[in-house]
Design a protein around this ligand. Structure first.
Ligand SMILES: C[S@@+](CC[C@H](N)C(=O)[O-])C[C@H]1O[C@@H](n2cnc3c(N)ncnc32)[C@H](O)[C@@H]1O
Length: 254
């Protein structure tokens, strides 16, 4: 089967390479990239069904899902990004809301953002909501098997992806994210975490996560750092939790 180039605007250039959206607005989709089982079985309604994308692509709704913490968590990512130097940043997986736009703002004119997602509908949705597409390149890839060479990016962001993945896929995503960070670069994870005992959300979130997000509770038990392959040890790991421990940011410097 041939790969497919989806035409998003009138200006078209058929290409085998992913292209910056500042040029012709085409998005290269691989016909050989399967949707992971966990996504099609557990999360189809949130990320794959076009109606799901229409419903969830609302800033107020993603903020509500995070109990009003979306802005705070987004800003905590932005603070980690160095906008003073030209940098190549990778965002692994699309995110509803304005995280991607805000990363682009933060990078300044010399920076460039690359976004990977395994779901074509998500990449198409992103092209439609970006304010400045000229500094963004989209890649139809699986986070567990990135196609970039080692040490390609100055900074890599993984925002609420790990909790959706079964353990093996999660470990591969972490290893791949670490592989593509340059020496001296940063890898930033934001995700769920086990809330403290006295935090009511510890009890509110358990039935919600167990019902809707069956792999998420793993992050209550295990440290993201423990998923790092021994061959790529970070020089420094900083972990910070917020909202009574329900969310964590883990920043690894290589
Ligand atoms: C980042 S997570 C969730 C983010 C957050 N909850 C939100 O509000 O959007 C959702 C995205 O991850 C993508 N995704 C899931 N598994 C993936 C994989 N193995 N490789 C690349 N993208 C993946 C989905 O297609 C979806 O766009």
């Amino acid at each position: 089967m041939r790969d497919e180039t989806v035409i998003l605007e009138k200006a078209i250039s058929a290409t085998d390479e992913p292209v910056g959206l500042g040029g012709p607005r085409s998005l290269h989709l691989s016909a050989h990239l399967p949707i992971p089982k966990y996504l099609s079985q557990t999360y189809w309604w949130a990320y794959l069904h076009p109606l799901g994308v229409r419903v969830f692509e609302r800033q107020w709704l993603v903020n509500l899902i995070l109990w009003g913490n979306f802005g705070r968590l987004r800003e905590s990512v932005l603070r980690e990004l160095d906008g003073t130097k030209p940098s190549q940043v990778l965002q692994i997986a699309c995110v509803y809301g304005n995280l991607t736009d805000r990363i682009v703002d933060r990078l300044g004119r010399a920076g460039h953002l690359h976004v990977v997602d395994v779901a074509p509908v998500q990449l198409k949705n992103l092209t439609e909501k970006l304010s400045d597409a000229s500094r963004v390149t989209l890649h139809h890839q699986d986070s567990t098997q990135l196609e970039f060479p080692d040490a390609s990016f100055d900074q890599v962001v993984v925002f609420f992806l790990l909790h959706e993945q079964p353990e093996a896929a999660r470990a591969r995503t972490v290893a791949e994210a670490a592989r593509v960070v340059k020496p001296g670069g940063k890898l930033i994870f934001v995700d769920y975490h086990r809330p403290r005992r006295l935090n009511p959300f510890r009890y509110i979130m358990q039935p919600i996560l167990r019902t809707l997000e069956p792999f998420a509770m793993d992050l209550w038990q295990k440290e993201i750092e423990d998923l790092m392959p021994a061959a790529i040890p970070p020089l420094r790991v900083q972990k910070r939790t917020t909202f009574g421990g329900l969310y964590q940011k883990v920043v690894m410097t290589f």
